[in-house]
Write a protein that binds this ligand. Structure first.
Ligand code: SAM
Ligand code: DTB
Ligand code: SF4
Length: 348
């Protein structure tokens, strides 16, 4: 098979058989190979740290079978309006103080309405002015949305394909897989960095996990960030009783993502609270180079910050240092409470 070398050229022509063969590689050989790819392209002891905030919670009209924020499921998640800039800034400052370099804002929308975009743009400008990378996940984008978010200083847009094309219709009925691909094209065209991954542990087969990674790895550009989420089973959702997944199969999924998209940063995303430290260590060895830090993901739990700091220390991992582009001219408004944003040449 092509792509056997750690520094093999980046490919976008993975066949289903190629990816299934990677999954079927003996576990130790797979991890050794994935780690070699990881070390060839990344600092294997560095982990990019992001923090999530739900800026608009619950009440979503979509029917994603995994999601506690879909209005139609009775999960106990109360619908809330879009947060204001001060509430978001307080959380972003705390995330930065805890060690996050990127702040990701999520909204429980099918997609934003035109009138939502200036409000989200204000949040992006404010967070960016703190000297953090910005990410937003707002659902399907309409005309001009991606450009407007980019102009506000957005760095990444998260838009997951979630599962393999042939399993998508089992999980989501209110939109098509191709709708997601269209928004991914809008994101790339606007010059935003793409954060795109999926969820495993939803009852899919190994071939369908391979199909998810194949679809990601055959995108016109590999997403710069690839979140691999383990399903968080939330009571009230259709997937609340999904079968346990073998943790080693999750590690394999990280390893195959690492090998198929060698330059991307693979995130060990949702599901860490349900995972042992030892399995997380295997994921880092297999090529995971990013986590969400903070006690909450969007609506569900995540490990304590102190626990994660201790885990980093035990594994000799350090947060990846990122260079944040300076805020765009005229975009300091959000930090007016504190004075200088730290990203400009002013004297204060
Ligand atoms: N509504 C927007 C959308 O769907 O793109 C943005 C927010 S949505 C909550 C972002 C992502 O969270 C989903 O694409 C899915 O991958 C992930 N997610 C949601 N519920 C999850 C769960 N229970 N377990 C793991 N990941 C989940
Ligand atoms: C991603 O891939 N996972 C994050 C983020 N991108 C938006 C979301 C995980 C959500 C887990 C369920 C919850 O907390 O509501
Ligand atoms: Fe809505 Fe996003 Fe949840 Fe689907 S994943 S129900 S679109 S918030």
């Amino acid at each position: 098979m092509d792509g056997m070398q750690a520094d093999a050229p980046v490919r976008h022509d993975w066949s289903q058989a190629d990816v299934e063969a990677l999954f079927a590689t003996p576990f130790m050989d797979l991890l050794a190979r994935a780690h070699a790819v990881h070390a060839a392209h990344h600092d294997a002891n560095a982990v990019q740290v992001s923090t999530l905030l739900s800026i608009k919670t619950g009440g979503c009209p979509e029917d994603c079978a995994y999601c506690p924020q879909a209005q139609r499921y009775h999960t106990g998640v109360a619908a809330q309006k879009l947060l204001d800039v001060d509430a978001v800034l307080a959380q972003a400052r705390a995330a930065k103080a805890a060690g996050a370099s990127r702040f990701c804002m999520g909204a429980a929308w099918r997609g934003p309405k035109d009138r939502d975009i200036p409000k989200v743009a204000e949040l992006i400008r404010a967070v960016k002015a703190l000297g953090m990378e910005t990410c937003a996940t707002l659902g399907l984008l309409g005309e001009g949305h991606a450009e407007a978010l980019k102009a506000a200083g957005l760095d990444y847009y998260n838009h997951n394909i979630d599962t393999s094309p042939d399993y998508y219709g089992e999980v989501i009925h209110t939109r098509e897989f191709e709708d997601r691909l269209d928004t991914l094209e809008e994101i790339r065209a606007a010059g935003l960095k793409t954060c795109c991954g999926g969820i495993v542990g939803m009852g899919e087969t190994r071939a369908q996990r391979a199909g998810l990674l194949r679809a990601l790895a055959n995108l016109p550009e590999h997403p710069q960030s690839v979140p691999i989420n383990q399903l968080v089973r939330v009571p009230g959702t259709p997937l609340e009783n999904a079968a346990d997944m073998d943790p080693f199969e999750f590690v394999r999924t990280i390893a195959v993502a690492r090998i198929t998209m060698p330059k991307s940063i693979v995130r060990l995303s949702a599901g860490r609270q349900q995972m042992s430290d030892e399995v997380q260590a295997l994921c880092f060895f297999a090529g995971a180079g990013s986590i969400f830090l903070g006690e909450k993901l969007l609506t569900t739990g995540n490990p304590d910050v102190e626990h994660d700091h201790a885990l980093f220390a035990r594994l000799d991992l350090h947060p990846l240092q990122v260079e944040v582009d300076p805020p765009l001219p005229g975009s300091m408004r959000g930090d007016s409470l504190d004075g200088c944003c730290g990203g400009c040449d002013c004297a204060s």
